[in-house]
Design a protein around this ligand. Structure first.
Ligand code: AMP
Ligand code: MG
Length: 335
């Protein structure tokens, strides 16, 4: 393997710019609050109309991050995954009370209506400039004891300008639990311990041999076609065991040089990715020197609203292996 370029310089947080610092603090602050809460208290869940789970943590994180963004960037719309609809019926009484109590611990003075209003403030439409938030990316991972991420991105004119990923269970260094990854367009990508500490630059792996590609895939087989994923790995003749992981923690590993390939092959051919599931992670990988496209090699197009209507699936890589993987994907899946 070619040695990794020496790009590990530490930077002053202020060099990231005010917007990235404030957005990163919104995520860090929220996770630090979650850490003070009994784990059981944030795991209570209900099932949404699309049959996916949503937990107390999803609603609490959305309320807290939105409230902070509204304070720091009062004019900016926020496009977030959740809304308060599942919390309104009487049958959701217990969950609603848990959410309101927890948000109230962090934002004293808030009541049921204001908490539901913070959550619903994430229902803005996508304009020229807005924030997009997945409060818990990988809810099933959170419930299972696996990875999950708080994913926040600033979108301007259909481009991701800032990407923040808070991964409470991801260790990029042995002595650190919880990683905060920050990407700023044209400036770079960094990580720091979620508990605080200095920033370290992220750089993708310099591996060029497809046989040595360490590949990442969703843990959930309903989110990505594992059979096709394994076929691609056979096509690459890779000898490395794949890693199955939830949410955009995968993008952080790729950006950190701990993996080379991330594939998302839709199980349902018509599935289109949600913007908040791809925005922060794609900028992070690109700013760490990697490449991100759909399965046909087209750049991700974030101009089509909440879903990426013009892309099918995702391939993120360290760049060196991108074309080799695309070739195998084309032969095996697209063609
Ligand atoms: P991952 O853990 O990488 O699968 O990412 C979790 C994300 O998958 C969630 O935030 C969901 O938005 C998204 N998701 C939900 N259902 C599907 C689906 N059928 N296909 C692909 N992704 C999905
Ligand atoms: Mg999500």
């Amino acid at each position: 393997m070619i040695p990794r370029p020496a790009r590990r310089a530490q930077v002053d947080a202020e060099a990231l710019g005010r917007e990235a610092v404030l957005a990163a603090e919104a995520v860090r602050n929220t996770v630090q609050f979650l850490w003070t809460v009994q784990h059981d208290a944030i795991r209570s869940s209900l099932t949404k109309t699309d049959a996916s789970p949503v937990t107390v943590a999803d609603f609490v994180v959305q309320a807290l991050v939105v409230a902070r963004l509204a304070r720091d960037f009062p004019g900016d719309p926020i496009v977030a995954e959740e809304d308060a609809t599942p919390l309104r019926p009487e049958t959701a009484d217990v969950l609603r009370r848990q959410v309101v109590d927890l948000v109230g611990q962090h934002l004293p003075g808030s009541d049921t209506e204001s908490v539901l209003a913070w959550i619903d403030r994430g229902a803005s439409s996508c304009g020229h400039r807005f924030w997009t938030l997945d409060p818990i990316d990988g809810t099933r991972g959170l419930l299972r004891g696996g990875q999950y991420a708080i994913a926040l991105a600033l979108m301007i004119d259909g481009m991701v300008q800032i990407g923040i990923l808070g991964c409470p269970r991801l260790s990029l260094r042995q002595d650190v639990e919880g990683s905060l990854a920050i990407a700023v367009r044209d400036k770079g990508a960094w990580w720091a311990p979620l508990s605080g500490g200095s920033l370290t630059q992220l750089a993708v792996s310099a591996e060029t041999r497809p046989t040595h590609a360490r590949a990442l895939h969703s843990y959930e087989s309903r989110h990505g076609d594992v059979t096709e994923f394994n076929r691609v790995l056979r096509g690459l003749r890779t000898v490395e065991p794949p890693v199955l992981m939830d949410g955009q923690a995968k993008h952080v590993l790729l950006a950190a040089g701990s993996a080379e390939v991330l594939l998302r092959i839709p199980v349902d051919h018509d599935y289109r990715e949600a913007m908040w599931d791809q925005a922060a992670g794609s900028l992070l990988v690109q700013e760490a020197g990697g490449r991100v496209t759909d399965l046909e090699g087209k750049p991700l197009d974030f101009t089509t609203g909440r879903r990426l209507l013009r892309n099918r699936g995702v391939l993120a890589s360290n760049g060196f292996l991108h074309d080799a993987v695309l070739r195998v994907v084309r032969q095996r899946i697209v063609g």
